[in-house]
Design a protein around this ligand. Structure first.
Ligand SMILES: C[S@@+](CC[C@H](N)C(=O)[O-])C[C@H]1O[C@@H](n2cnc3c(N)ncnc32)[C@H](O)[C@@H]1O
Length: 329
């Protein structure tokens, strides 16, 4: 689209022109996208934006804004242009190397915290835990959002966060530093819980096994060193490759395929994930998995009654079964 910028431009005009261009390019949530890009360029917040519609913006800012609008109109996700996304009330750095954290993944955090609180209640301890003595794994950490959100909620817990992508791990490490939890999260390149190139999982768990558990968790640790985790959470890739043609271009053309696709059908990774989780969770340990929109019928039967109990499914706000949780026997 040809656009001729007037000599000077106020905030309202820039905003309206941005909205028009994004609407004409069929960008979803075009008003929000234009707003986020304008706020990003101006370094302002929403309150300022709506309180100062007459403010003149500099030529440089106008040029930067319309460059971003053009890139958004061409399909780049807004979060790649601003470099950030909020998750669990925290701001995360986002690059094309990581999945953009989604709101539905917050249900993973909610379910994990609810289940941990229930465990504390059952053990006669205060429901609101600091996570002292807890060893938690986040498999397929991406931006680090699950491990970091849990680390903020459980300020004494320790974490291993794995990803098969070293580039994603670099982003996750920066996010952990940004939120001051890097000292409690051990980021590891791994295929699920198996270190890449290693025959055995022991090196991955070295740091965790060296940390002494407090008395309250001792009975669960004794004799189960090879099963070190109290909680394993994961949002694995779960979209089917055959669904690729129907994905929005923002997702298909810009987010990492290793973060999106779990196989031809989408649910292929869950079998390995569940069997590895079974081998690494303590008795009574919790598994919390995010599900794809149609994964439940394929995934729930993998939780065999001989190994798992208290299986529960949580729907997301759209009513889709989104989180599967279970307790290791
Ligand atoms: C759906 S993304 C989830 C990212 C982040 N946890 C979130 O919720 O936004 C899945 C992540 O798993 C990683 N991944 C894919 N296959 C993996 C595997 N076999 N082992 C470990 N990580 C894997 C991808 O690189 C990607 O970062």
């Amino acid at each position: 689209m040809n656009y001729t910028k007037p000599k000077t431009m106020d905030v309202r005009t820039a905003f309206k022109n941005g909205i028009t261009q994004l609407r004409e390019a069929d960008v979803p949530s075009f008003t929000l996208a234009a707003e986020l890009l304008l706020l990003h360029v101006l370094g302002r917040n929403r309150t300022w934006l709506y309180a100062h519609p007459e403010e003149i913006i500099t030529d440089i800012d106008a040029q930067r804004f319309f460059e971003l609008i053009a890139r958004r109109a061409a399909g780049e996700p807004t979060q790649h242009l601003t470099g950030k996304q909020e998750f669990w009330g925290l701001e995360f750095e986002v690059t094309p190397d990581v999945l953009i954290p989604r709101p539905e993944t917050e249900h993973v955090i909610e379910v994990a915290l609810d289940r941990l609180a229930l465990r504390e209640l059952r053990a006669g301890r205060p429901q609101k835990s600091t996570g002292e003595g807890l060893q938690i794994a986040d498999i397929g950490t991406g931006s680090g959002c699950i491990a970091i959100a849990l680390a903020k909620e459980l300020p004494a817990a320790n974490f291993v966060a794995t990803d098969i992508s070293p580039a994603a791990l670099a982003v996750a490490r920066r996010n952990a530093q940004r939120h001051a939890v890097a000292d409690r999260i051990d980021f590891r390149e791994a295929n699920l819980l198996s270190p890449v190139g290693a025959q055995h999982v022991a090196p991955l768990l070295g740091k965790i096994q060296n940390s002494a558990p407090p008395a309250s968790h001792e009975s669960q640790v004794t004799g189960h060193e090879s099963r070190p985790f109290h909680l394993i959470a994961s949002n694995p890739p779960y979209i089917g490759r055959r669904e690729a043609p129907s994905l929005p271009r923002e997702v298909r053309d810009h987010e990492p395929h290793s973060a999106l696709f779990g196989g031809e059908e989408g649910y292929e990774l869950y079998a390995d994930l569940i069997s590895q989780a079974a081998r690494h969770l303590k008795p009574g340990g919790l598994l919390v998995l995010e599900l794809g929109h149609n994964s439940l019928p394929a995934v729930q039967p993998l939780l065999e009654a001989s190994a798992w109990t208290n299986v529960g499914v949580t729907n997301d706000l759209a009513g889709i079964p989104r989180v599967l949780a279970a307790e290791r026997l």
